[in-house]
Design a protein around this ligand. Structure first.
Ligand SMILES: Nc1nc2c(c(=O)[nH]1)N[C@H]1C(S)=C(S)[C@@H](COP(=O)(O)OP(=O)(O)OC[C@H]3O[C@@H](n4cnc5c(=O)[nH]c(N)nc54)[C@H](O)[C@@H]3O)O[C@H]1N2
Ligand SMILES: Nc1nc2c(c(=O)[nH]1)N[C@H]1C(S)=C(S)[C@@H](COP(=O)(O)OP(=O)(O)OC[C@H]3O[C@@H](n4cnc5c(=O)[nH]c(N)nc54)[C@H](O)[C@@H]3O)O[C@H]1N2
Ligand SMILES: [Mo]
Length: 761
């Protein structure tokens, strides 16, 4: 069993914070959401800074919300274009509190590691570059020049550039991401793992193989005019609250929503619009009319059931299938061979409900949109399951036309843009050719390390310098203790960050924190006030313009940090004048325009209010796959297998967190107050294990003969299918085995962890 071995804790402390249990909510948003967001903003930032921040959010002249990637309306903006959780993200960034060098001096790294993630967020913004010298117990300040020198010396001392790992979190803007990948490739490696590897990689891989583009195919207008919307493996009420407004408009225009989820999430069942009278009075728009309570990892069976019904009913578009697809005959015979008993058993959903969902999808003009997120992507068979979604759309010709299509709902606000900019360990050859042509250096062509491979390489001593553009690698990745050991074996770990997090505490021989400007802050360069750009979940590229005074005069922008790292490291190997590039971000955009298709006249077009859409081949019914036709993919039916005493655990988000950033200790919609160490269980599963409600349990995960343990969680009886349970990440990450990842996409299986649960010893 892998156990914590050092005095510096890699995991959040095991202490309970005093749970308060309330009734679960059947609808989301409304007045409590507004009061909650205002509490967060004004509590943290003070009245003046708070109001300025909120008024700048998602406005044409303002900055992009740093929370999720849900798009803004194309044609209008209300004065308050934000949601409760966007407000929390802003409050967390614009807080008045500061994590200063004095505070670092007061607390050793070992002491800081006793803080909870909530306390770390509450510590406030980082203000100075800080270094943890070899053997030191405390971080101390370092000048920017010395910091860049240190990084350059460590990087240049490596035997090969492939001994360095460059991680990216999806908040980085396009300009930062483009400079970053250019630096990394100019340095000589493709080791560019990113948070996408743990997120929508499965969607990208599935869509790329099936339809030739790794992104969604719908716009907001499509969503609001669809007839049937399938929301599967996604919790929009918490994670994409602004999506609820679009769903409300769709329902009011006549759409039927079908939700597929093991949990009856509040946002799926009802929505009270905080800016409309109805919502303020507490009347909810019923959103999902149909709720299919699938077992964890039962979706592939459920989706095959839908496809089987369509084929058996003859509800498919023969002309479209003939003209645009390959693989139908094989798929049809596969569906014929499947028995309903098996489909019902694996999915946990009845044949009648599945058939009903299929018939709704095929009704009217078959304007079906399917939205999905982590409930589909983080399983072993994730890619195959998502291709099952695509198959249904191809059968119905519900793709590449108005009001219909595929909608993987992205997480981080610019995770999609980062990939467009080349942050990927295996960018296609054409991208490398373009880089080579524009920058005239030999671009490394061998594939780099993704997240899981990078952790393993560092663990084995082959990764020696770890450099992160944002994020919280230690706590976002699986197998916390294993990853911690991997980071400790590095010679140098570097984090470009806005706030303190646990990754800063589990360091290599030397640790560096490079504090940067946040989205909300002004960025003045030699050429004047600058803006940056992002791409949302629906491929709209637009500007983000910070408005507030920086949290500290010592902060640098992300592009400047990258450029100065590059200038210090590459010296005469440099393919561009790095420092000149960041005097005026239009210069970066002009280079992007030369390398990335769809960005012609970038600097000028992105200045139009609302930005511009990137081209999408599927929307033109073009299939960029070999052979030129969309592929109906046939995969064997499978699912995760457990023994009688085992359960399948998903690790998901509470209402008060953004990934590893913990804004508060409540999960309001699920009725949990003031506690994060909880596990939601089926009441019968609790009974058979002699677990009383709200008592402490230990969780052990099982994988290929190995076990991992997470101690002291409170068991909450909850409406989840028998055999399925749920706990929050990052607390439960310690249970996710490093070698358990999705086929093809290699995404850690954070939504299907095999566990046993027993009363705490
Ligand atoms: N406020 C807030 N917003 C966020 C984030 C945040 O942490 N906080 N994170 C951002 C990021 S990076 C991302 S990727 C997205 C994540 O957005 P989501 O994917 O909504 O996030 P999760 O909390 O992981 O929720 C997964 C949902 O899928 C369901 N689910 C789990 N397993 C299964 C399954 O096997 N089948 C089905 N059908 N459903 C399943 C869960 O019950 C849950 O409702 O949100 C983004 N937005
Ligand atoms: N078990 C489990 N694990 C998961 C998941 C899960 O569902 N279950 N979800 C996965 C998913 S979908 C994702 S996307 C990953 C997320 O993984 P990451 O993106 O690595 O994690 P975050 O928690 O979003 O990163 C938070 C940190 O980013 C820094 N930060 C915030 N804003 C900025 C900024 O503007 N610039 C810079 N440079 N830094 C900033 C802050 O220091 C903060 O502490 O986690 C994955 N891990
Ligand atoms: Mo994500």
């Amino acid at each position: 069993m892998l156990m914590p071995s050092r005095e510096i804790l890699a995991q959040p402390p095991e202490t309970f914070t005093g749970i308060e249990i309330a009734k679960t909510k059947s609808s989301a948003a409304g007045v409590p959401a507004v009061t909650n967001s205002l509490k967060h903003v004004y509590g943290n930032s003070g009245l003046v800074r708070g109001t300025a921040a909120m008024l700048g959010l998602n406005q044409w002249e303002g900055f992009d919300c740093p929370s999720c990637a849900w798009p803004d309306p194309d044609d209008h903006r209300s004065a308050f274009e934000f949601c409760e959780n966007g407000a929390k993200a802003i409050a967390s960034e614009t807080t008045k509190k500061r994590m200063t060098p004095e505070r670092f001096q007061q607390h050793s790294v070992a002491e800081l590691s006793q803080w909870s993630d909530y306390e770390m967020d509450q510590a406030g913004r980082l203000t100075h570059p800080m270094v943890l010298r070899p053997g030191a117990s405390h971080y101390e300040p370092i000048s920017w020049d010395d910091a860049f020198r240190l990084v350059a010396d460590e990087l240049n001392a490596l035997t090969s550039p492939d001994e360095a790992v460059f991680y990216t979190s999806g908040r980085a803007t396009n300009e930062a991401a483009f400079l970053y990948q250019l630096f990394v490739r100019n340095f000589g490696t493709n080791n560019l793992p990113d948070c996408s590897n743990m997120c929508h990689e499965s969607s990208g891989a599935a869509l790329m193989e099936s339809v030739g583009i790794g992104k969604g195919t719908v716009t907001l207008k499509d969503l609001e005019t669809a007839e049937t919307i399938l929301i599967i493996g996604q919790n929009p009420g918490t994670n994409h609250p602004r999506m609820l407004s679009s769903l409300q408009r769709a329902v009011e225009a006549g759409a039927t929503i079908i939700a597929v989820n093991p949990m009856k999430e509040a946002g799926l069942t009802g929505f009270m619009h905080p800016q409309q009278v109805k919502g303020v009075l507490g009347m909810a728009t019923p959103l999902a009319k149909h709720f299919l309570q699938v077992r964890l990892n039962g979706d592939q069976a459920l989706l095959k059931g839908i496809a089987k019904t369509l084929v058996d009913d003859g509800s498919y578009d023969e002309a479209f299938i003939r003209e645009h697809t390959v693989g139908f005959d094989e798929y049809r015979s596969h569906l014929h061979s499947l028995g309903w008993d098996e489909l019902e058993r694996i999915s946990g959903v009845s044949r009648a409900e599945i058939e009903n969902a299929a018939r709704l999808s095929a009704s009217g003009e078959r304007k079906l949109i399917t939205c999905w997120a982590m409930g589909l992507t983080q399983h072993k068979n994730a890619v195959a399951t998502i291709q099952e979604v695509v198959n249904i759309h191809l059968l119905l010709a519900a793709v590449g036309r108005e009001s219909a299509g595929l909608c993987p709902v992205r997480g981080h606000s610019n995770v999609q843009g980062d990939r467009t900019m080349g942050v990927f360990e295996k960018m296609p050859e054409w991208f490398m050719d373009n880089l080579e042509q524009v920058f005239k250096f030999k671009v490394p062509r061998h594939h780099g390390l993704d997240t899981v491979a990078a952790i393993k390489a560092m663990h084995e001593g082959q990764g020696k310098v770890f450099y992160a553009l944002g994020g919280n690698f230690l706590q976002a990745t699986p197998d916390t203790e294993y990853t911690a050991e991997a980071l400790r074996r590095c010679s140098l770990t570097v984090h470009i960050s806005t706030k303190l997090n646990r990754s800063h505490l589990i360091t290599g021989r030397t640790g560096l924190i490079l504090p940067c400007l946040g989205r909300s802050e002004v960025d003045i360069r030699a050429a004047g006030d600058q803006f940056l750009t992002v791409e949302n979940s629906m491929s709209v590229v637009h500007a983000s313009h910070g408005k507030l005074q920086p949290a500290s005069p010592h902060l640098l922008s992300e592009p400047e940090i990258i450029a100065r790292t590059a200038a210090a490291t590459l010296e005469d190997k440099a393919c561009v004048d790095w420092l000149a590039l960041v005097e005026d971000y239009d210069r970066i955009r002009d280079l992007i325009a030369q390398v990335v298709p769809g960005f012609e006249d970038f600097s000028q077009r992105v200045r139009q209010p609302g930005g511009f859409y990137l081209p999408n081949t599927v929307r033109q019914l073009q299939w960029a796959v070999p052979g030129g036709k969309a592929r109906i993919m046939t995969h064997e039916l499978n699912c995760i297998k457990t023994t009688a005493d085992q359960l399948v655990l998903q690790t998901f988000r509470s209402h008060d967190q953004f990934n590893t950033t913990v804004y508060g200790l409540n999960d309001r919609y699920r009725g949990i107050g003031n506690e994060r160490r909880v596990i939601f269980m089926n009441p019968n599963d609790m009974k058979t294990r002699s677990i009383s409600p709200v008592t402490a349990v230990d969780i052990v995960s099982h994988f290929e003969g190995e076990t991992r343990q997470a101690r002291r969680f409170l068991a909450i009886p909850y409406d989840v299918p028998a055999g399925s349970c749920a706990a929050y990440f990052p607390e439960a990450n310690v249970l996710v085995p490093i070698n358990s990842y999705a086929d093809v996409s290699l995404t850690p299986t954070s939504k299907s962890v095999i566990v046993t649960v027993s009363p705490s010893s």
